[in-house]
Ligand binder design. Structure first.
Ligand code: P6P
Length: 344
């Protein structure tokens, strides 16, 4: 896409000019806050080596991962910017055990789940990282606040996006009308429309992306799929960054498949439903692709579900719930679905 530098289309202008959304100024204001947070995080990430922000700060986050200083800072940046937006009632962050309820804004339309700096294990070796977010409509805007408002199936998402801190800083967003990419122009400090209406290629590249070190832990359909990729007449290329934003971004632009299945060690998968799997699945489907956990569409998974054990029914309302995921072009995800269906 050719960018007209004399008439740049910023994220705000792009949203405001969309007739479906322009009445929804709240969402425009919310995206402005997200944009500001991502610009500040991008600046911190790019200066990390100079400001000593690398390395662990010694704590562990709500999910037991070692926390890097940039994680903490990115989380604070995102929380502060969203709180100042006055449009968010509740936040779920990978870095916080419990939901963050914003005071003085009850009756807001939105809740948000985010991973402020996904792929942070790559920070010290300067591999790209990213911010992932999912915006939910609060069902109950009454005074009684309940986390079930944000524990909704992904098909009910209002919007989703990620910001990738790679060779350039790029934000990819969807609010249900296609997927659009904006590149940060550091000379003017604005995200400029650079990839309008991103679609997974109709002739997708043959790429599979996974942590193949887990091969022995996978179940048979996943193992068979990888063997088929290797034995194809034109063998697939293996590409894996280990940073979900990077691996999904490449899959979105080139095609192929990214997956992190549930396995013998991580029986419910590794990636988080609310702020990794669901937002990325919404984006990939909006770009013409598919996303499944092997048997179900990820956007149909319900984060609130009952666990029956010994005549007890425990309702799981884990905001850090995990899931297996296979996402990408129809050719490859449909093959996964066939292999899992044949296993039944
Ligand atoms: P592994 C990063 O820690 C992350 O959450 C995702 O960004 C990435 O896709 C995955 O974990 C990598 O996990 O086990 O391959 O290091």
């Amino acid at each position: 896409m050719q960018v007209d530098h004399s008439n740049p289309i910023t994220l705000s202008r792009f949203i405001l000019q969309d007739k479906d959304i322009v009445q929804n100024n709240d969402l425009c204001i919310l995206f402005n806050s997200i944009e500001l947070a991502c610009k500040v995080i991008s600046s911190a990430v790019r200066r990390a080596g100079l400001t000593g922000l690398y390395g662990l700060d010694g704590s562990t986050n709500s999910t037991g991962d070692d926390v890097k200083k940039l994680d903490i800072l990115s989380n604070e940046i995102f929380i502060n910017s969203l709180r100042n937006s006055t449009k968010i009632e509740v936040m779920v962050s990978e870095e916080n055990e419990d939901p963050i309820w914003v005071e003085g804004v009850s009756g807001c339309k939105y809740g948000i789940a985010f991973d402020p700096l996904d792929g942070s294990s790559n920070i010290d070796c300067n591999i790209s990282t990213g911010t992932i977010f999912a915006i939910y409509a609060m069902k109950n805007t009454g005074t009684r606040r309940q986390i079930s408002d944000i524990l909704q199936p992904g098909r009910q998402l209002v919007a989703a996006g990620y910001c990738m801190y790679g060779s350039s800083t790029q934000m990819v967003v969807t609010y249900g009308k296609g997927v659009h990419g904006f590149t940060l122009d550091p000379t003017i400090g604005s995200f400029i429309l650079s990839h309008k209406n991103i679609r997974i290629p109709a002739n997708p590249k043959t790429i599979y992306s996974c942590n193949e070190g887990n091969f022995a832990l996978w179940d048979a359909p996943t193992q068979q799929f990888v063997q088929e990729c290797k034995n194809a007449p034109k063998p697939y290329a293996a590409r894996y960054v280990g940073s979900m934003v990077s691996d999904v971004h490449r899959t979105l632009l080139y095609g192929g498949i990214f997956f992190y299945p549930a396995d013998k060690k991580s029986k419910t998968g590794k990636l988080r439903m609310l702020y990794e799997a669901i937002p990325m699945s919404f984006i990939v489907e909006q770009a013409g692709g598919l996303s499944t956990n092997g048997t179900q569409r990820v956007l149909d998974l319900n984060p609130v579900h009952d666990l029956k054990a010994n005549f007890l029914t425990l309702t799981i309302t884990q905001i850090h719930e995990r899931t297996g995921i296979f996402l990408g072009c129809n050719r490859d995800v449909n093959r996964i679905l066939e292999l899992y269906a044949a296993q039944k």
